[in-house]
Design a protein around this ligand. Structure first.
Ligand code: C5P
Length: 225
């Protein structure tokens, strides 16, 4: 039997860089809220047994209605997100049953999650890794800067850029979030504690929607993934 995991969908925050009247996860992607894509795709994953969504404050009801409309019966709770992404994950984790062994954390801002990538991030957890990050090698030359000045060129050979969904042993993720630390991704908290974190090949189509241009880019990939 394949690994069984719970999923946290991070869908809170205003998405200020995106702009617009509604939170970013309600921006239209091919005529549907951006969030619909992640919900529907995670619902269809055999490995996923339950889903908890962190919703933007005041948008809990529309998230519940959307999940119902899509027939996402695995969505067991919708929580009001925190003021940071880490806060949202912490609040959502509290709704995951204690017996869950594996947890996937995914950004709704990366709508094109696939069953293939879910299987890819879950697999190393069966080989002793505690956390798994999908990531892509960095294509550009990377420079460290201070204000206007370029300080150095960083060796990109050892750099990758991290995406979601990230997969975790539930106990490890809970311990990482038990402290009040902040990080831009969950794996960083596990790394800080000396946890066993590995990376697997990510997918360009897991591109994060930050601006309306990103939305257009992702929409172009929608038919093929
Ligand atoms: O803002 P950004 O796109 O980097 O956020 C990454 C993901 O985290 C998004 O899917 C967003 O909805 C989510 N988030 C959250 N709670 C916050 C801020 C962001 O769930 N307070």
């Amino acid at each position: 039997m394949s690994a069984q995991a719970w999923a946290v969908v991070c869908a809170a925050g205003a998405g200020e860089r995106f702009g617009g009247e509604r939170p970013k996860v309600f921006a239209a992607l091919a005529g549907r809220p951006l969030l619909a894509e992640s919900l529907e795709r995670l619902e269809a994953c055999e490995e996923i047994v339950g889903i908890v969504v962190a919703a933007p404050a005041g948008w809990e009801e529309p998230v519940i209605l959307l999940a119902e409309e899509l027939g996402c019966s695995k969505v067991s709770a919708v929580v009001t997100g925190g003021s940071t992404r880490g806060g949202s994950v912490r609040l959502a984790l509290a709704e995951i049953p204690g017996e869950a062994e594996l947890v996937l954390v995914h950004d709704a801002a990366r709508p094109l999650v696939s069953e293939e990538i879910v299987a890819r991030v879950l697999e190393p957890l069966g080989r002793g890794w505690e956390a798994v990050v999908p990531a892509l090698p960095v294509a550009d030359t990377v420079k460290r800067v201070e204000d206007e000045r370029v300080v150095e060129t960083v060796d990109r050979g050892s750099l990758v850029s991290a995406q979601t969904p990230q997969a975790f042993r539930a106990d490890v993720l809970r311990t990482a979030y038990a402290k009040q630390g902040e990080a831009t991704d969950c794996a960083a908290l596990v790394e800080e504690r000396g946890g066993r974190v590995c990376w697997v090949e990510g997918d360009q189509r897991l591109h994060k929607v930050t601006t309306p241009d990103d939305l257009a880019l992702v929409e172009g990939w929608l038919g093929e993934s």
